[in-house]
Ligand binder design. Structure first.
Ligand code: BGC
Length: 719
């Protein structure tokens, strides 16, 4: 108590004239300084590196616990052994499996990201984990990236809005979010060795904004440095990224944690901003941040002040997590958690095509349903290394369809194709994975012929899309097209359901099929959410968080031959023109554009207006648009605002997303949708002046239902 009062008095004199929150912060910093003074150098160093697979040491004699962490983005990973990756065989660690990152992004609903975060935080607490290695939101630069499904989007603004809320949700439970991977871990091919040359404008405008938002608005307590190099330096020892931008410019107070085994040097990493080294195997005292760091301090190559700063950051994280007052108990895989997974899944499903108005299904007329495809019975919780979840339960598509339609229709199942691909196998061992299987197709055709409708569940799975490798092509795997053709030929009421986490080549399906639904690796409640969409209990409201190109060669990194790089180097030649910014600026028609997704109802847009015509820097542009539900079913629309600089003096994307809002509207009603855009958010990064610049002049503002479906346009001026 006396110590606490002393700390308060010291803090008062030091920081007398500041807000209550700042005072608390000041008191905390004084407290932390007091602890650091009591620590030996060896004790400090022990806190800076792993002492097991998912923890780093505390200081027992001072009451400082270990810092514990766990993956990951799709749910709290099962307990593994302390020193190897095998299961610890607990019976109490079955968790809620959440829709994957791109599914969360497809909701275009930050409240869903928040709900996800809150549950992840609660489940982390039930498992006594201080840091969740989540959310992951690297930009989808190439559609082939094996981790596209873990990440959110190709757009930095959408990424940022979701990341901020996921972080806030997790941290509302006194668990640290570890946002990852900082920065530009955009390909799995050579991820441990690749050097990415990215110009500063592209870094600032595309690859960094969501991290900045998650730090400055979300107050993320920790961040994971990526495996790759950016502009010649490993991300774990990148002075520009870690010291200059993250810690100095953005004011990050927490700890930088390396990706597992992503450290390469002691002195460079220590001086250039890394705080904790993590990795996969011992001997832990030989790691860069163990004995070698101790030696470097003793020889003066790393100062003790630098070490103290790292310890201070870790203790700061601990005071907000394991050492927080009234730390929540947590809970795991409760019914409420399952409901959260359902809510997210139900808002993430994207209706790609409904030309025959087959959906929602008119159950009265349907007496028999053929459910076809390996994905109808496959679970998606496990796989993908850090993204695997031991799910308490997972409702498959077939189970969901049975539960929603089984009372009124006879449901038959056929596997249709063999999913012959394992992420752990070499390429040669996976040879032939793209072949169809005639026997399975014949079985599928036989049940499809005799059924009122056929629901074909295809796509990829958690082996085919995975950390550790990129896909080689956009083609659907497992000979699925042959199955689609055969089933469609015998049943005119075929619904294609695609379960995957990244763009695929759907050219043929788009041409030949009238009904296409995109589901994802959609979590514990996936099958129920899907069946409810098919039945019309849920009106689909998901929108694509990335572009589907017509051909791989249309996409920027391929068109410019800058993926996966040569001699372990890749130059991001497309600069700021990533995703729709590229397609729109270059007039390349995509297969499905960014922000695309249909509904069972229609929305009409009128009355787009801004509060003024002329604005100054530091102003806010208040935008209003009226959106009417002109159909006969209640639904949700994602109203998207894009901005374009007219006659820009420098290269700008044809349009950039600057705001969006998801609104629920009942039939016949009109919602007045208001959104704000800060004039400063219209800036581009001028890499010659090394600062953000808002160009004066005319801007167009577009209210849109997707990046290609612009409904209303108006303009304003910046002076
Ligand atoms: C991944 C990280 C993950 C870590 C620990 C790495 O291979 O890149 O995202 O958190 O492993 O599992």
């Amino acid at each position: 108590m006396i110590k606490y009062i002393t700390a308060c008095v010291v803090a008062f004199f030091l920081f007398g004239n500041v807000s209550a929150q700042n005072k608390n912060e000041a008191v905390l910093q004084v407290k932390i300084s007091t602890i650091i003074k009591k620590m030996t150098l060896e004790e400090k160093i022990a806190m800076l590196h792993g002492n097991a697979l998912f923890s780093s040491a505390g200081v027992k004699r001072l009451g400082i616990p270990e810092l514990t962490c766990d993956d990951g983005p799709l749910g709290v990973r099962e307990e593994i052994k302390r020193f190897d990756w095998n299961s610890a065989n607990w019976t109490t660690d079955s968790a809620t499996f959440f829709p994957n990152g791109s599914a969360i992004a497809a909701t275009w609903n930050p409240a869903m990201a928040n709900e996800y975060g809150v549950v992840i935080g609660q489940e982390a607490n039930a498992r006594k984990k201080d840091v969740m290695l989540s959310p992951a939101f690297n930009i989808c630069r190439t559609p082939l990236n094996g981790r596209t499904y873990e990440y959110y989007s190709e757009d930095p603004y959408l990424n940022g809005r979701l990341a901020v809320q996921a972080v806030k949700g997790i941290q509302s439970q006194d668990v640290a979010a570890c946002i990852k991977h900082f920065a530009a871990n955009n390909q799995e091919v050579n991820r441990n060795t690749i050097n990415e040359e990215i110009d500063e404008r592209a870094l600032r405008e595309i690859y960094l904004p969501a991290f900045k938002a998650a730090i400055q608005e979300g107050n993320a307590y920790t961040i994971m440095s990526a495996y790759n190099k950016v502009n010649g330096y490993w991300c774990s020892e990148n002075d520009f990224l870690l010291n200059k931008v993250l810690k100095k410019e953005w004011g990050f107070k927490g700890a930088v944690i390396s990706d597992w085994g992503g450290v390469h040097h002691t002195i460079e990493a220590a001086n250039n901003g890394l705080d904790i080294e993590m990795g996969s195997s011992g001997p832990y005292d030989q790691w860069y941040f163990a004995n070698p760091l101790l030696a470097a301090v003793k020889t003066g190559q790393v100062s003790e002040k630098t070490i103290d700063d790292k310890v201070r950051r870790i203790l700061w994280v601990m005071y907000h997590t394991s050492m927080s007052e009234h730390h929540p108990e947590g809970s795991i895989a409760t019914a409420a958690h399952g409901k959260a997974a359902y809510d997210i899944a139900s808002e993430s499903i994207v209706l790609l095509k409904n030309d025959a108005h087959l959906l929602p299904l008119k159950t009265n007329n349907i007496k028999s349903i053929a459910v076809i495809g390996d994905n109808a019975i496959r679970t998606f919780a496990l796989g993908g290394y850090g993204a695997g979840v031991k799910a308490k339960y997972e409702v498959t598509a077939l189970a969901g369809i049975r539960s929603r339609f089984g009372q009124t229709a006879d449901i038959k199942f056929a596997q249709g194709y063999k999913a012959n691909y394992l992420a752990s196998r070499a390429d040669e061992q996976n040879a032939g994975y793209d072949q169809s299987n005639d026997t399975l197709i014949a079985e599928a055709v036989a049940i499809a012929k005799k059924s009122d409708i056929a629901i074909l569940c295809i796509g990829s799975n958690r082996e085919y899309e995975s950390e550790g490798h990129d896909r080689k092509t956009l083609a659907l795997p497992f000979g699925e097209q042959a199955l689609v053709n055969a089933v469609t030929a015998v049943n005119p009421n075929t619904i294609i359901v695609i379960m995957a986490g990244a763009p695929y080549d759907l050219n043929e399906i788009k041409k030949s099929n009238h009904t296409i639904v995109w589901s994802w690796f959609n979590g514990s409640e996936a099958g129920n959410a899907l069946a409810d969409v098919l039945k019309g209990v849920i009106n689909p409201s998901g929108k694509m968080p990335f572009t589907f190109p017509v051909s791989l060669h249309d996409s920027p990194a391929f068109a410019l031959n800058s993926y996966p790089g040569k001699d372990l180097n890749t130059t991001y030649k497309e600069g700021i023109l990533v995703g729709y910014r590229w397609y729109d600026t270059k007039n390349i028609e995509p297969l499905y554009c960014f922000g695309y997704g249909l509904s069972y109802t229609n929305f009409g847009y009128t009355g787009l207006s801004t509060d003024k015509k002329n604005y100054q820097l530091n102003d806010k542009i208040a935008v209003t648009v009226k959106v009417k539900n002109t159909g006969s079913l209640a639904g949700k629309e994602v109203v998207q605002l894009y901005i374009k600089k007219v006659n820009s003096s420098i290269l700008r994307a044809d349009k950039e997303l600057k705001a969006f809002k998801k609104v629920a509207i009942v039939p016949g009603k009109t919602a007045v949708v208001s959104m704000n855009v800060k004039v400063n958010d219209l800036a581009y990064f001028d890499d010659k002046l090394n600062k953000w610049v808002v160009e004066p002049g005319e801007y167009k503002i577009m209210a849109a239902s997707s990046s290609k479906d612009i409904r209303k346009v108006t303009s304003f001026y910046i002076h």
